[in-house]
Design a protein around this ligand. Sequence first.
Ligand SMILES: [Zn+2]
Length: 623
Amino acid sequence: MKKVLFCWSLCALFFVQLQAQYGYWQQAVDYTMDIDFNVKNNRFDGKQLLKYTNNSPDQLDRVFYHLYFNAFQPGSVMDERNKVLTDSDSRVRNRISGLNKKEMGYTKIKSLKMDGKDTEYFENGTILEVILPRSIEPGETVTLDMEFESQVPLQIRRSGRDNAEGVRYSMSQWYPKICEYDYMGWHPNPYIGREFHSPWGNFTVNITIDKSYVLGATGVLQNYNEVGKGYQPVDLQVAEPKGKTITWKYKADNVIDFVWAADPDFKVIQKRAHDGTRMYFVYQPGDRTTENWTKLPQIMDEALRFMNKRYGKYPYPQYSFIQGGDGGMEYPMATLITGERSLGSLVGVSVHEWMHSWYQFMLATNEALYPWMDEGFTTFGTNETMNYLRSKKLIPGEVSDHEHARSYLGYGNLAKANQDEALSTHSDHYITNAAYGIGSYSKGNVFLNQMEYILGEEVFAEALLDYFETWKFKHPTPYDFIRVMEKNSGMVLDWYQEYFVNTTKQIDYGIGKVEKAGLMGGKTKINIERIGQMPMPIDVLVTMDDGTTTVYHIPLDIMRGAKKGDPALYKNASFTVLEDWDWVNPNYSFEIKTKMRNIEKIEINASKKMADLNTENDQYVKS
Ligand SMILES: [Zn+2]
């Protein structure tokens, strides 16, 4: 019996290794944390049990953790980086240099054992390197048992105490967090204030804090009947706790991070959305908040309706909108947003941060390597959802037929000034904040919007949902995204990523000569020129003097396919697919069976969905 078991477990291990080596794998984490928080000196003691499962095919003889709070100390890499950046975020600049002992942040490790045995560890700024007493084998789960103490920094960026609106604690990136290990190896990026990447797991977090405080957090509150504070069902009476503190007990499953915020003045509004998702709105009531925060629940319910349909079903049991932080920042099942805003701005930031649940928390591409797949795609979803809310008259403003126009403008201005850097740049390593910010948010959005232009709206809508269903909870890369688009469209799309992501080559097409052709001039010859270095499929919209319109679509040869039409882009226009345009050729011409004098107007890129950087050569109008 023993022998058989032994053999079986060996075989199982072998199988896990094979699967890991040749297929997809990801690490798994399971955190249990007990936090004892002191609101008088802004410090806390923490105990963390981390069950770590090594699903990789590799033996791991060391692990790394992030210690984000150590960034908020004079001389830290975040401090140095932001002093050097020519366009540093005004929230950071040289503010870290000015922090005194009581204002700076830290996380100090008091002890760390693996399966009861001591480890050797070294703190290096925001990264903790741990030499393990023995390797973690492929397929093995170990327990890392840590004690630590931290001081919450004065709010500089994202997390910290006493933010500009007077919220006491914005607790993001606050606990020792294991770094991601994936097919590319470890990702122990020092924290300079940019992006995140981490494994999914389950969190059990118990926070003991002065009983006057109200919390908002990632995770489902387990003991609302002890805590109350607006989290209990309306008809449930909750007794006043006896001691000076309360322990808030949370669980969150399948998330990549855990955030919380606390303030004695917080008020909680709860609402159950149409699909059963519980929404919590946690804010400080006042002249500049109450009116708009009270309107938010109904609006976000309607936003979720659109987001579920367009981007895939939101799978978590709840979501919390929490006043805190220094603008808007996304976390799993929650966001920290500043709260003193106009209704439009409050809804905009709420939609944007919730939208991140799709691209940062369920798809969770490596945000440090591909920030555009998070911020850009999230911006795309934000703009569409806001347009939907405008159409429902839930927020002020006109419905736009090009809700992404500002992203095109932002990217265009940066590119024309030759300030853009390739989207393949690691987010920490962009030369300027502008190139990182406009690249990630605006060009990233343009990337997705142009994909819709290439595929046509119907095929794209299905492909976008397929991307979500295929890759949710799996950390896709740009290649995985492109493959899903290819499979749904039947097109070859590698060239699109190679040009638009890996280079800064630009798009510029123009209308050349329009001339009489055919016997007796019964036809018209239209010449199109590629001036920019990046090739694209082209839509040519021809308007006749009787008002009829036709779109002539010119596929790119290397696409090996063409969209079938795009009725949403060109209302009532008929759609004709022409011969392919060879990517090597700067010129292309075609004839239409119409007398030149009957043509009123010829336009390329009439939809403005292609990031053509020079619009001056895009139109021919009858003289
Ligand atoms: Zn964002």
